[in-house]
Ligand binder design. Structure first.
Ligand SMILES: Nc1ncnc2c1ncn2[C@@H]1O[C@H](COP(=O)(O)OP(=O)(O)OP(=O)(O)O)[C@@H](O)[C@H]1O
Ligand SMILES: O=P(O)(O)OC[C@H]1O[C@H](OP(=O)(O)OP(=O)(O)O)[C@H](O)[C@@H]1O
Ligand SMILES: [Mg+2]
Length: 401
Protein backbone atom coordinates (compact mmCIF):
# COMPACT_ATOMS: atom_id res chain seq x y z
CA UNK A 1 0.00 0.00 0.00
CA UNK A 2 1.51 3.35 -0.87
CA UNK A 3 1.99 5.99 1.73
CA UNK A 4 -1.04 8.24 1.66
CA UNK A 5 -3.97 9.06 3.05
CA UNK A 6 -4.37 11.85 5.30
CA UNK A 7 -7.65 12.36 3.52
CA UNK A 8 -10.44 10.05 4.62
CA UNK A 9 -11.20 9.17 1.04
CA UNK A 10 -8.47 7.10 -0.46
CA UNK A 11 -5.98 8.36 -3.01
CA UNK A 12 -3.97 5.67 -4.72
CA UNK A 13 -0.66 6.73 -6.15
CA UNK A 14 2.63 5.19 -7.01
CA UNK A 15 5.39 6.77 -5.04
CA UNK A 16 6.03 5.99 -1.41
CA UNK A 17 5.82 9.65 -0.51
CA UNK A 18 2.35 11.18 -0.84
CA UNK A 19 1.75 13.13 -4.04
CA UNK A 20 1.32 16.85 -3.43
CA UNK A 21 -2.42 16.79 -3.84
CA UNK A 22 -2.97 13.83 -1.54
CA UNK A 23 -0.97 15.28 1.31
CA UNK A 24 -3.79 17.65 2.18
CA UNK A 25 -5.66 16.61 5.27
CA UNK A 26 -9.42 16.62 5.20
CA UNK A 27 -11.81 16.10 7.99
CA UNK A 28 -13.61 19.18 9.28
CA UNK A 29 -17.24 19.22 8.32
CA UNK A 30 -18.27 22.17 6.18
CA UNK A 31 -20.89 24.80 6.53
CA UNK A 32 -23.70 23.62 4.26
CA UNK A 33 -25.60 26.82 3.71
CA UNK A 34 -22.69 28.49 2.03
CA UNK A 35 -22.93 26.55 -1.19
CA UNK A 36 -26.60 27.12 -1.58
CA UNK A 37 -26.26 30.88 -1.54
CA UNK A 38 -24.36 32.72 -4.19
CA UNK A 39 -22.84 35.76 -2.52
CA UNK A 40 -23.85 35.35 1.06
CA UNK A 41 -21.72 35.59 4.18
CA UNK A 42 -20.40 32.21 5.20
CA UNK A 43 -19.70 30.98 8.70
CA UNK A 44 -16.67 32.61 10.27
CA UNK A 45 -13.74 30.24 10.63
CA UNK A 46 -14.26 30.19 14.36
CA UNK A 47 -17.90 29.16 14.15
CA UNK A 48 -19.00 25.58 14.73
CA UNK A 49 -19.23 23.77 11.42
CA UNK A 50 -22.11 21.47 10.59
CA UNK A 51 -22.11 18.29 8.54
CA UNK A 52 -23.19 18.64 4.96
CA UNK A 53 -22.71 15.02 3.97
CA UNK A 54 -25.18 14.04 1.27
CA UNK A 55 -27.72 11.38 2.12
CA UNK A 56 -26.03 8.01 1.69
CA UNK A 57 -29.19 5.98 1.26
CA UNK A 58 -29.53 4.30 -2.13
CA UNK A 59 -32.92 3.87 -3.68
CA UNK A 60 -33.96 0.35 -4.77
CA UNK A 61 -33.52 1.56 -8.37
CA UNK A 62 -29.86 2.32 -7.70
CA UNK A 63 -29.34 -1.17 -6.35
CA UNK A 64 -31.11 -2.77 -9.33
CA UNK A 65 -28.97 -1.15 -11.98
CA UNK A 66 -27.07 -3.66 -14.10
CA UNK A 67 -24.83 -1.42 -16.21
CA UNK A 68 -21.78 0.40 -14.89
CA UNK A 69 -21.90 4.21 -15.07
CA UNK A 70 -19.11 6.73 -15.46
CA UNK A 71 -19.62 10.48 -15.11
CA UNK A 72 -17.62 12.78 -17.37
CA UNK A 73 -17.52 16.60 -17.21
CA UNK A 74 -20.29 18.02 -19.37
CA UNK A 75 -18.76 21.45 -19.83
CA UNK A 76 -15.76 23.57 -19.10
CA UNK A 77 -12.10 23.01 -19.83
CA UNK A 78 -12.11 19.46 -18.43
CA UNK A 79 -14.79 18.21 -20.83
CA UNK A 80 -12.78 18.27 -24.03
CA UNK A 81 -9.56 17.04 -22.47
CA UNK A 82 -11.34 14.12 -20.83
CA UNK A 83 -12.76 12.97 -24.16
CA UNK A 84 -9.44 13.40 -25.87
CA UNK A 85 -7.61 11.37 -23.20
CA UNK A 86 -10.15 8.57 -23.54
CA UNK A 87 -9.85 8.70 -27.32
CA UNK A 88 -6.08 8.35 -27.06
CA UNK A 89 -6.73 5.19 -25.06
CA UNK A 90 -8.97 3.87 -27.89
CA UNK A 91 -12.00 4.54 -25.72
CA UNK A 92 -13.79 7.03 -27.95
CA UNK A 93 -17.05 8.24 -26.46
CA UNK A 94 -20.00 7.99 -28.84
CA UNK A 95 -22.54 10.72 -28.23
CA UNK A 96 -25.38 10.70 -30.73
CA UNK A 97 -26.41 14.30 -30.09
CA UNK A 98 -24.35 17.01 -28.33
CA UNK A 99 -27.38 17.90 -26.21
CA UNK A 100 -27.75 14.35 -24.92
CA UNK A 101 -26.41 13.76 -21.45
CA UNK A 102 -25.80 10.09 -22.05
CA UNK A 103 -23.35 8.34 -24.36
CA UNK A 104 -21.42 5.11 -24.64
CA UNK A 105 -17.95 3.76 -25.28
CA UNK A 106 -18.38 1.06 -27.93
CA UNK A 107 -15.31 -0.82 -26.71
CA UNK A 108 -16.80 -1.31 -23.22
CA UNK A 109 -20.40 -2.37 -23.84
CA UNK A 110 -21.58 -2.55 -20.21
CA UNK A 111 -20.41 1.01 -19.46
CA UNK A 112 -22.79 3.96 -19.66
CA UNK A 113 -21.39 7.48 -19.94
CA UNK A 114 -23.23 10.37 -18.25
CA UNK A 115 -22.17 13.97 -18.85
CA UNK A 116 -22.52 15.92 -15.63
CA UNK A 117 -21.19 19.04 -13.98
CA UNK A 118 -18.00 18.09 -12.10
CA UNK A 119 -19.49 18.74 -8.66
CA UNK A 120 -22.52 16.61 -9.54
CA UNK A 121 -20.22 13.76 -10.54
CA UNK A 122 -18.84 13.73 -7.01
CA UNK A 123 -22.29 13.97 -5.45
CA UNK A 124 -23.66 11.18 -7.65
CA UNK A 125 -20.72 8.92 -6.85
CA UNK A 126 -21.67 9.34 -3.22
CA UNK A 127 -25.36 8.69 -3.78
CA UNK A 128 -24.64 5.57 -5.85
CA UNK A 129 -26.03 6.98 -9.10
CA UNK A 130 -22.58 6.85 -10.68
CA UNK A 131 -19.85 4.27 -10.13
CA UNK A 132 -16.86 6.03 -11.70
CA UNK A 133 -16.00 9.58 -12.67
CA UNK A 134 -13.27 11.77 -14.10
CA UNK A 135 -12.95 15.08 -12.25
CA UNK A 136 -10.33 17.44 -10.86
CA UNK A 137 -8.89 16.58 -7.47
CA UNK A 138 -10.05 20.03 -6.33
CA UNK A 139 -13.68 19.07 -6.88
CA UNK A 140 -13.25 15.62 -5.32
CA UNK A 141 -11.77 17.26 -2.23
CA UNK A 142 -14.29 20.08 -2.00
CA UNK A 143 -17.47 18.13 -2.61
CA UNK A 144 -16.25 14.77 -1.27
CA UNK A 145 -15.62 16.48 2.07
CA UNK A 146 -13.35 13.70 3.25
CA UNK A 147 -15.88 10.92 2.80
CA UNK A 148 -14.74 7.30 2.84
CA UNK A 149 -17.18 6.53 0.03
CA UNK A 150 -14.77 7.77 -2.63
CA UNK A 151 -11.57 6.15 -3.84
CA UNK A 152 -9.26 8.11 -6.12
CA UNK A 153 -8.17 5.25 -8.37
CA UNK A 154 -5.84 7.28 -10.61
CA UNK A 155 -4.58 10.51 -9.07
CA UNK A 156 -2.57 11.90 -12.01
CA UNK A 157 -4.30 11.91 -15.39
CA UNK A 158 -1.95 14.69 -16.42
CA UNK A 159 -4.37 17.43 -17.43
CA UNK A 160 -6.25 20.18 -15.59
CA UNK A 161 -3.15 21.04 -13.58
CA UNK A 162 -3.84 23.88 -11.17
CA UNK A 163 -3.57 24.78 -7.53
CA UNK A 164 -6.08 26.13 -5.06
CA UNK A 165 -4.39 29.12 -3.59
CA UNK A 166 -4.99 32.10 -1.35
CA UNK A 167 -4.31 35.51 -2.88
CA UNK A 168 -4.46 39.09 -1.64
CA UNK A 169 -4.07 42.51 -3.31
CA UNK A 170 -0.54 43.52 -4.22
CA UNK A 171 -0.92 46.97 -2.77
CA UNK A 172 -2.45 48.92 0.11
CA UNK A 173 -2.39 47.21 3.50
CA UNK A 174 -1.13 44.01 1.84
CA UNK A 175 1.94 45.61 0.24
CA UNK A 176 4.35 44.00 2.72
CA UNK A 177 2.43 40.78 3.21
CA UNK A 178 4.62 38.01 1.81
CA UNK A 179 3.64 34.93 3.81
CA UNK A 180 0.54 33.38 5.35
CA UNK A 181 2.10 34.07 8.72
CA UNK A 182 2.27 37.80 7.83
CA UNK A 183 -1.43 37.71 6.92
CA UNK A 184 -2.31 35.90 10.14
CA UNK A 185 -0.46 38.49 12.24
CA UNK A 186 -2.15 41.53 10.70
CA UNK A 187 -3.84 43.50 13.46
CA UNK A 188 -6.70 44.48 11.15
CA UNK A 189 -8.64 41.21 11.60
CA UNK A 190 -10.99 41.26 14.55
CA UNK A 191 -14.33 39.74 15.44
CA UNK A 192 -16.09 42.88 14.25
CA UNK A 193 -13.95 43.21 11.15
CA UNK A 194 -12.88 39.71 10.07
CA UNK A 195 -10.71 38.85 7.06
CA UNK A 196 -13.24 38.55 4.22
CA UNK A 197 -12.38 35.67 1.90
CA UNK A 198 -14.34 34.98 -1.26
CA UNK A 199 -14.21 31.46 -2.65
CA UNK A 200 -16.02 28.72 -4.50
CA UNK A 201 -14.21 26.26 -2.21
CA UNK A 202 -15.89 26.91 1.12
CA UNK A 203 -15.08 23.55 2.67
CA UNK A 204 -11.39 23.50 1.75
CA UNK A 205 -10.86 27.23 2.33
CA UNK A 206 -12.48 27.14 5.75
CA UNK A 207 -10.58 24.04 6.81
CA UNK A 208 -7.25 25.41 5.59
CA UNK A 209 -7.53 28.74 7.39
CA UNK A 210 -8.73 27.11 10.60
CA UNK A 211 -5.76 24.73 10.54
CA UNK A 212 -3.43 27.67 9.98
CA UNK A 213 -4.78 29.35 13.09
CA UNK A 214 -6.97 32.09 11.59
CA UNK A 215 -9.66 33.08 14.09
CA UNK A 216 -11.47 35.98 12.51
CA UNK A 217 -12.51 35.03 9.00
CA UNK A 218 -15.73 35.54 7.08
CA UNK A 219 -16.27 33.54 3.92
CA UNK A 220 -18.25 34.76 0.96
CA UNK A 221 -19.30 32.16 -1.52
CA UNK A 222 -19.16 32.95 -5.24
CA UNK A 223 -18.81 30.96 -8.44
CA UNK A 224 -16.86 33.05 -10.93
CA UNK A 225 -14.70 36.12 -11.50
CA UNK A 226 -13.55 35.96 -7.89
CA UNK A 227 -10.51 38.08 -8.74
CA UNK A 228 -12.82 41.07 -9.10
CA UNK A 229 -13.97 40.98 -5.47
CA UNK A 230 -10.91 42.52 -3.76
CA UNK A 231 -10.53 45.39 -6.25
CA UNK A 232 -14.27 46.07 -5.88
CA UNK A 233 -13.82 46.23 -2.10
CA UNK A 234 -16.12 43.27 -1.55
CA UNK A 235 -13.44 40.95 -0.12
CA UNK A 236 -9.90 41.13 1.28
CA UNK A 237 -8.64 37.85 -0.13
CA UNK A 238 -9.63 35.07 -2.49
CA UNK A 239 -9.16 31.31 -2.42
CA UNK A 240 -9.35 30.21 -6.04
CA UNK A 241 -7.74 28.03 -8.67
CA UNK A 242 -4.54 29.29 -10.21
CA UNK A 243 -2.77 27.88 -13.21
CA UNK A 244 -0.62 30.36 -15.15
CA UNK A 245 -1.21 33.13 -12.61
CA UNK A 246 -2.33 35.53 -15.35
CA UNK A 247 -5.78 36.21 -13.91
CA UNK A 248 -4.30 37.11 -10.53
CA UNK A 249 -1.67 39.34 -12.08
CA UNK A 250 -4.13 41.12 -14.33
CA UNK A 251 -6.27 41.93 -11.31
CA UNK A 252 -3.45 43.18 -9.11
CA UNK A 253 -3.48 40.20 -6.79
CA UNK A 254 -0.62 38.05 -5.52
CA UNK A 255 -0.21 34.61 -3.98
CA UNK A 256 1.61 34.42 -0.69
CA UNK A 257 4.10 31.87 0.65
CA UNK A 258 2.34 29.03 2.43
CA UNK A 259 -0.97 29.94 0.83
CA UNK A 260 -1.41 26.90 -1.42
CA UNK A 261 -4.37 24.91 -0.16
CA UNK A 262 -4.18 22.05 -2.65
CA UNK A 263 -2.49 20.90 -5.85
CA UNK A 264 -4.89 19.51 -8.40
CA UNK A 265 -5.12 17.67 -11.68
CA UNK A 266 -7.69 15.38 -13.28
CA UNK A 267 -8.34 12.09 -11.47
CA UNK A 268 -10.32 8.88 -11.96
CA UNK A 269 -12.55 8.43 -8.95
CA UNK A 270 -14.74 5.50 -7.94
CA UNK A 271 -17.47 4.83 -5.45
CA UNK A 272 -16.12 2.41 -2.86
CA UNK A 273 -19.53 0.79 -2.51
CA UNK A 274 -19.78 0.21 -6.25
CA UNK A 275 -16.30 -1.30 -6.38
CA UNK A 276 -17.33 -3.74 -3.67
CA UNK A 277 -20.89 -4.47 -4.62
CA UNK A 278 -21.85 -3.68 -8.19
CA UNK A 279 -21.17 -6.44 -10.68
CA UNK A 280 -18.79 -5.37 -13.43
CA UNK A 281 -17.44 -2.20 -11.77
CA UNK A 282 -14.15 -3.74 -10.72
CA UNK A 283 -13.58 -5.19 -14.21
CA UNK A 284 -14.34 -1.89 -15.94
CA UNK A 285 -12.09 -0.05 -13.48
CA UNK A 286 -9.32 -2.52 -14.21
CA UNK A 287 -9.57 -1.97 -17.96
CA UNK A 288 -9.71 1.81 -17.60
CA UNK A 289 -6.78 1.83 -15.24
CA UNK A 290 -4.69 -0.45 -17.44
CA UNK A 291 -5.32 1.67 -20.51
CA UNK A 292 -4.84 5.00 -18.74
CA UNK A 293 -1.62 3.97 -17.01
CA UNK A 294 -0.18 2.37 -20.13
CA UNK A 295 -1.13 5.36 -22.26
CA UNK A 296 0.14 8.02 -19.85
CA UNK A 297 3.38 6.09 -19.51
CA UNK A 298 3.68 5.94 -23.31
CA UNK A 299 3.13 9.66 -23.90
CA UNK A 300 6.47 10.47 -22.32
CA UNK A 301 8.36 8.08 -24.63
CA UNK A 302 9.09 7.54 -28.32
CA UNK A 303 10.05 4.48 -30.31
CA UNK A 304 13.25 4.94 -32.29
CA UNK A 305 14.22 2.55 -35.08
CA UNK A 306 17.54 2.72 -36.91
CA UNK A 307 19.74 0.60 -39.14
CA UNK A 308 23.31 -0.14 -38.28
CA UNK A 309 26.11 -2.03 -39.98
CA UNK A 310 27.59 -4.82 -37.91
CA UNK A 311 29.19 -8.25 -37.77
CA UNK A 312 26.70 -9.73 -35.32
CA UNK A 313 23.66 -8.75 -33.25
CA UNK A 314 25.80 -8.88 -30.09
CA UNK A 315 28.39 -6.55 -31.53
CA UNK A 316 25.68 -4.03 -32.51
CA UNK A 317 24.05 -4.37 -29.08
CA UNK A 318 27.42 -3.73 -27.47
CA UNK A 319 27.76 -0.45 -29.36
CA UNK A 320 24.21 0.65 -28.52
CA UNK A 321 24.54 -0.20 -24.84
CA UNK A 322 27.72 1.87 -24.63
CA UNK A 323 25.50 4.97 -25.09
CA UNK A 324 23.53 6.29 -22.12
CA UNK A 325 20.40 7.59 -23.88
CA UNK A 326 19.54 4.65 -26.12
CA UNK A 327 19.45 1.69 -23.80
CA UNK A 328 15.67 1.20 -24.13
CA UNK A 329 13.24 -0.06 -21.51
CA UNK A 330 15.01 -3.37 -20.93
CA UNK A 331 17.72 -2.93 -23.56
CA UNK A 332 17.69 -2.54 -27.35
CA UNK A 333 15.96 -5.02 -29.66
CA UNK A 334 18.44 -5.91 -32.39
CA UNK A 335 17.23 -7.81 -35.45
CA UNK A 336 18.97 -8.82 -38.67
CA UNK A 337 18.07 -7.03 -41.91
CA UNK A 338 18.44 -9.44 -44.81
CA UNK A 339 19.04 -8.21 -48.34
CA UNK A 340 19.78 -9.88 -51.64
CA UNK A 341 23.26 -9.31 -53.03
CA UNK A 342 24.69 -10.98 -56.14
CA UNK A 343 21.75 -13.38 -56.06
CA UNK A 344 22.46 -14.42 -52.46
CA UNK A 345 20.79 -13.51 -49.18
CA UNK A 346 23.21 -11.32 -47.33
CA UNK A 347 23.34 -9.97 -43.78
CA UNK A 348 25.14 -6.68 -43.41
CA UNK A 349 22.74 -4.48 -41.43
CA UNK A 350 20.87 -4.80 -38.17
CA UNK A 351 17.74 -2.90 -37.19
CA UNK A 352 17.65 -1.62 -33.68
CA UNK A 353 14.49 -0.62 -31.76
CA UNK A 354 14.73 1.40 -28.60
CA UNK A 355 12.21 3.29 -26.49
CA UNK A 356 13.61 6.67 -25.48
CA UNK A 357 12.18 9.44 -23.31
CA UNK A 358 10.79 12.30 -25.44
CA UNK A 359 13.07 14.67 -23.58
CA UNK A 360 16.13 12.74 -24.67
CA UNK A 361 15.17 12.31 -28.32
CA UNK A 362 17.70 14.65 -29.83
CA UNK A 363 20.51 13.34 -27.66
CA UNK A 364 19.52 9.78 -28.61
CA UNK A 365 19.69 10.60 -32.32
CA UNK A 366 23.13 12.12 -31.85
CA UNK A 367 24.30 9.04 -29.96
CA UNK A 368 22.85 6.70 -32.59
CA UNK A 369 24.63 8.56 -35.35
CA UNK A 370 27.89 8.55 -33.43
CA UNK A 371 27.86 4.72 -33.42
CA UNK A 372 26.93 4.40 -37.09
CA UNK A 373 23.12 4.50 -36.99
CA UNK A 374 21.30 5.59 -40.14
CA UNK A 375 17.74 5.73 -41.51
CA UNK A 376 16.36 6.72 -38.11
CA UNK A 377 12.55 6.44 -37.74
CA UNK A 378 10.74 7.95 -34.77
CA UNK A 379 7.24 6.73 -33.84
CA UNK A 380 4.77 7.77 -31.16
CA UNK A 381 3.69 5.05 -28.77
CA UNK A 382 0.08 4.41 -27.78
CA UNK A 383 0.65 2.21 -24.78
CA UNK A 384 3.42 0.78 -22.64
CA UNK A 385 1.88 -2.08 -20.67
CA UNK A 386 3.93 -3.25 -17.76
CA UNK A 387 3.61 -6.75 -16.38
CA UNK A 388 1.32 -5.42 -13.72
CA UNK A 389 -0.47 -2.11 -13.18
CA UNK A 390 0.82 -0.78 -9.85
CA UNK A 391 -2.29 1.26 -9.16
CA UNK A 392 -4.45 -1.82 -9.66
CA UNK A 393 -2.44 -3.72 -7.05
CA UNK A 394 -2.85 -0.77 -4.72
CA UNK A 395 -6.59 -0.62 -5.36
CA UNK A 396 -7.10 -4.30 -4.58
CA UNK A 397 -5.16 -3.95 -1.39
CA UNK A 398 -7.15 -0.82 -0.43
CA UNK A 399 -10.37 -2.79 -0.96
CA UNK A 400 -9.02 -5.73 1.01
CA UNK A 401 -9.23 -8.02 -2.04
N1 LIG B 1 -7.08 27.89 -14.91
C1 LIG B 1 -7.12 26.58 -14.87
N2 LIG B 1 -6.14 25.86 -15.42
C2 LIG B 1 -6.17 24.52 -15.38
N3 LIG B 1 -7.16 23.81 -14.82
C3 LIG B 1 -8.14 24.47 -14.26
C4 LIG B 1 -8.18 25.88 -14.26
N4 LIG B 1 -9.30 26.27 -13.66
C5 LIG B 1 -9.93 25.13 -13.32
N5 LIG B 1 -9.25 24.05 -13.67
C6 LIG B 1 -9.61 22.63 -13.47
O1 LIG B 1 -10.70 22.36 -14.35
C7 LIG B 1 -11.87 22.05 -13.61
C8 LIG B 1 -13.07 22.65 -14.30
O2 LIG B 1 -12.91 24.05 -14.35
P1 LIG B 1 -13.84 24.94 -15.25
O3 LIG B 1 -13.37 26.32 -15.15
O4 LIG B 1 -13.92 24.33 -16.59
O5 LIG B 1 -15.22 24.71 -14.57
P2 LIG B 1 -16.02 25.64 -13.59
O6 LIG B 1 -15.17 26.77 -13.11
O7 LIG B 1 -16.64 24.72 -12.59
O8 LIG B 1 -17.12 26.10 -14.55
P3 LIG B 1 -17.25 27.53 -15.20
O9 LIG B 1 -15.88 28.16 -15.24
O10 LIG B 1 -17.79 27.22 -16.55
O11 LIG B 1 -18.21 28.19 -14.30
C9 LIG B 1 -11.60 22.60 -12.23
O12 LIG B 1 -12.36 21.90 -11.25
C10 LIG B 1 -10.13 22.36 -12.08
O13 LIG B 1 -9.86 21.02 -11.73
O1 LIG C 1 -4.00 31.28 -13.41
P1 LIG C 1 -4.81 31.36 -14.65
O2 LIG C 1 -4.21 30.57 -15.77
O3 LIG C 1 -5.10 32.78 -15.05
O4 LIG C 1 -6.21 30.63 -14.38
C1 LIG C 1 -6.95 30.92 -13.23
C2 LIG C 1 -8.37 31.23 -13.55
O5 LIG C 1 -8.98 30.09 -14.19
C3 LIG C 1 -10.20 29.81 -13.53
O6 LIG C 1 -11.22 30.63 -14.02
P2 LIG C 1 -12.04 30.29 -15.34
O7 LIG C 1 -11.25 30.65 -16.53
O8 LIG C 1 -12.52 28.89 -15.25
O9 LIG C 1 -13.25 31.27 -15.22
P3 LIG C 1 -14.44 31.24 -14.14
O10 LIG C 1 -14.05 32.24 -13.10
O11 LIG C 1 -15.63 31.65 -14.92
O12 LIG C 1 -14.54 29.84 -13.59
C4 LIG C 1 -9.94 30.21 -12.10
O13 LIG C 1 -11.15 30.41 -11.40
C5 LIG C 1 -9.13 31.49 -12.26
O14 LIG C 1 -9.94 32.61 -12.36
MG1 LIG D 1 -13.83 28.03 -14.07
Amino acid sequence: MPAMLAAKFTVLHLSQSPSPQSSFRLGIRPSPAARARSVAPRAAASATAVSAKPAAASSPLVADRKVVRIGLPSKGRMAEQTLSLLKSCQLSVRQLNPRQYTADIPLIPNLEVWFQRPKDIVRKLQSGDLDLGIVGFDIVSEYGEGTEDLVVVHDALDFGHCRLSLAVPKEGIFENIITLEDLLKMPEWTEERPLRVVTGFGYLGDKFLREKGFKHVRFLSADGALESYPPMGMADAIVDLVSSGTTLRENNLKEIDGGVVLQSQATLVASRKSLHKRKGVLEVTHELLERLEAHLRATAELMVTANMRGNSAEEVAERVLSQTSICGLQGPTVSPVYCRRDGKVDLEYYAINVVVPQKLLYKSIQQLRSIGGSGVLVTKLTYIFDEETPRWRNLLSELGL
